[in-house]
Design a protein around this ligand. Structure first.
Ligand code: SF4
Length: 327
């Protein structure tokens, strides 16, 4: 089934690549470690890049009269412009990028829940927002897979991130080929996956590929890319994944015994309750796809949206910890 190019991922350098945190520490992150053999990482530490050094006095976001600034607490140094300039130059220099994994809650890298303070002294935070670099990433790449390592501990978010990253990488490859045949094949192979994400977008994509207005391939690719990226902007509801698997079960109506069918339905129930990850019922269907040589389903990326070995990022023993799986 699988044939995967390595995605290019920008990652916060302190997540296992360098001792670059303000206190000279590094963070060991299991998911980032697992990804090493499957992606090309581009590690960056914005604070070191703007010359703050290691160790350094911590920085924080300060809000004053409705304006936020990035300040170094002890030195009272305003590094807002320096950080904004770095973020702009760095992000503009990126070519062929497929996603981002950033350090959570950092005033530079954070994409959520970064504390905002009313001043630089010993004061309590007043609200939460994005870090300066993280915010620049979200603005420049609004539909790209951008997550922080904290959120990626949640199975559902991790699953969505992996699917999106590898789907975007495949689309980048398709764009390079610039072939109408390849676009049709790409669309056909991704039907189940796109349907699970957003049925309306799938329909629009189908119309683009049908190309009734006889547009040039470059224009078609552009149209397709916009809707394709939008399609992945929200993770699918768990019911959509279940529906897709029940739909797939229909392909084996005659071949399977009722005990086998019930086995899958029971697994879907466990998935629904957040007790097992999606890869478990998918593996059951995959075993039937192989056993009965179901060529159409075999070609569907839905059943292997990312390299199979990454299933180990979803230990079943952790599923119980993900009780907020569907929230
Ligand atoms: S969170 Fe970002 S800026 Fe802070 S140490 Fe990590 S990589 Fe550097």
């Amino acid at each position: 089934m699988g044939d995967f190019k390595k995605p290019y991922i920008v990652v916060s350098k302190c997540l296992g690549f360098a001792h670059c945190r303000y206190n000279g520490h590094m963070i060991s992150d299991d998911f980032v470690k697992e990804l090493h053999s499957f992606v090309n990482f581009n590690p960056v530490c914005p604070e070191v890049e703007i010359g703050l050094g290691v160790p350094r006095n911590p920085i924080r976001i300060v809000s004053n009269k409705g304006k936020t600034k990035l300040m170094q607490s002890v030195t009272n140094k305003d590094i807002t412009d320096t950080m904004n300039n770095f973020a702009k130059t760095f992000l503009n220099s990126l070519d062929n990028i497929d996603g981002f994994i950033l350090k959570n809650r950092s005033p530079s890298c954070g994409i959520k829940d970064v504390r905002i303070y009313p001043g630089i002294g010993k004061v309590a935070s007043i609200s939460k927002s994005t870090g300066f670099f993280g915010d620049a990433v979200l603005r420049k790449f609004p539909y790209f897979p951008v997550e922080d390592e904290g959120r990626l501990r949640n199975h559902r978010i991790k699953e969505h991130f992996l699917k999106k990253v590898f789907a975007f990488t495949k689309f980048s490859e398709l764009k390079k080929s610039g072939s109408m045949d390849d676009l049709i094949k790409f669309h056909t192979k991704n039907k189940f996956l796109l349907m699970a994400y957003n049925q309306r977008s799938l329909k629009i994509l189908g119309n683009i590929v049908a190309n009734k207005k006889k547009k040039k391939i470059e224009e078609l690719m552009e149209d397709y890319e916009k809707i394709f990226q939008y399609c992945f902007s929200k993770s699918p509801r768990y019911t959509s994944d279940i529906n897709m698997l029940i739909h797939a079960l229909g392909y084996f109506k005659k071949e399977l015994s009722s005990k086998e069918k019930n086995f899958l339905l029971n697994s879907l129930q466990q998935y629904k309750m957040g007790r097992i990850p999606l890869c478990v019922p998918i593996s059951i269907i995959k075993s039937w796809i192989i056993r009965f040589g179901q060529e159409y389903l075999m070609s569907q990326t839905f059943f292997e949206p990312y390299p199979e070995a990454l299933i180990r990022c979803f230990p079943i023993t952790d599923a119980e910890k993900n009780r907020d799986f569907w929230k």
